[in-house]
Design a protein around this ligand. Structure first.
Ligand SMILES: Nc1ncnc2c1ncn2[C@@H]1O[C@H](COP(=O)(O)OP(=O)(O)OP(=O)(O)O)[C@@H](O)[C@H]1O
Ligand SMILES: [Mg+2]
Length: 300
């Protein structure tokens, strides 16, 4: 089985800032893997290490059998990355961007031309192929960057916040592209949009202050979460006391009670008997994320 395996990855930057601490996990390099965490949690640092741009202070990792420290040359042929700060070069066209990227990766002129055309078509960019990148909308510029890595035939694609700053419709368009891409390659993406991770990722990992705090499918994350169900009550409803629960009230007055399955269903039954309006649902990734990285952050 092809895997991405990290073992004890730790990164301390020169200024002694610990960006990653003993990160250890293994995932099959198939489908889409979503890495989430607050600003500064260490997502980009992890991507930079896995893509061989940065060496860890200690620990190691391998992707599909290639070690990041001892086989970085071979590994680089298998991976492609769109870094967090990447921007399409303004004075180039999408066609030139993808073509030159492929030449840089070592493809022959003919192959680069063929693969660039294929990739631009795949991403629906034909009509923009010869327009300057500077004239494209933000969403289309992102697609151009995706077209480069898609064109490359890399087995593993790292995308660091590919949809940040896009409008909801452009974001969904990119989701469709990523879903399709995720059927052919392994995509390792970071995001601040929890809905994005929930919608796209087959497996999700949560980083907090450089440490891995949870990893798995959404249902595995739910199972290992302290609370599995969320009951919501309308404003001014009498909030019952429950032993094992996390109770919060939003600014709109809606009370959310997160609790375990048994408590949630007992509560639902008694609310129904009293004729109180309520909703009950399994906890979302949003709920899990906030209960792991801290309710304080959510209130802020
Ligand atoms: N080159 C660097 N030198 C020193 N410290 C760094 C460097 N790069 C990152 N850091 C620090 O390491 C920590 C992790 O940063 P990183 O960029 O990996 O987080 P992130 O999860 O990608 O954040 P964001 O969501 O804002 O992109 C932060 O405290 C950051 O300030
Ligand atoms: Mg980052």
């Amino acid at each position: 089985m092809d895997t991405l395996a990290c073992s004890g990855l730790t990164k301390v930057y020169e200024d002694k800032r610990k960006a990653l601490e003993n990160v250890t996990f293994q995932v099959e390099t198939k489908g889409i893997f979503g890495l989430i965490g607050r600003n500064g949690a260490g997502k980009t640092t992890l991507i930079r290490i896995l893509s061989t741009e940065l060496e860890p202070t200690s620990g190691t990792a391998s992707i599909n059998g290639f070690d990041i420290l001892t086989q970085e040359g071979k590994l680089r042929e298998k991976i492609a990355i769109v870094p967090q700060e990447a921007r399409a070069i303004r004075w180039m066209t999408p066609k030139q961007t993808v073509f030159s990227y492929l030449l840089w990766r070592g493809y022959s002129y003919g192959d680069a031309k063929r693969l660039a055309d294929q990739s631009l078509a795949k991403l629906g960019l034909q009509e923009y192929a010869n327009v300057l990148n500077s004239k494209l909308s933000g969403g289309t510029k992102r697609k151009v960057l995706l077209a480069t890595v898609t064109a490359s035939e890399a087995e593993v694609i790292f995308l660091d916040e590919p949809t940040t700053g896009l409008d909801p419709i452009s974001r969904r368009e990119l989701w469709d592209i990523l879903r399709t891409l995720g059927k052919e390659r392994f995509i390792f993406l970071t995001t601040h949009y929890l809905e994005e991770a929930e919608q796209l990722a087959d497996r999700i990992a949560i980083l907090k202050d450089g440490q891995l705090v949870s990893i798995g499918t959404l249902s595995e994350l739910r199972k290992s979460s302290r609370f599995q169900y969320s009951v919501k009550l309308p404003p001014k409803a009498l909030v019952p006391t429950i032993k094992e629960a996390q109770v919060t009230t939003s600014t709109t007055g809606i009370t959310q009670i997160m609790t375990n399955e048994e408590e949630a269903f007992t509560l639902a039954k008694s609310l129904a008997e009293k004729g109180v309006r309520f909703s009950i649902a399994p906890v979302t990734l949003d709920d899990i994320f906030f209960s792991l990285v801290g309710q304080k952050a959510r209130d802020e």
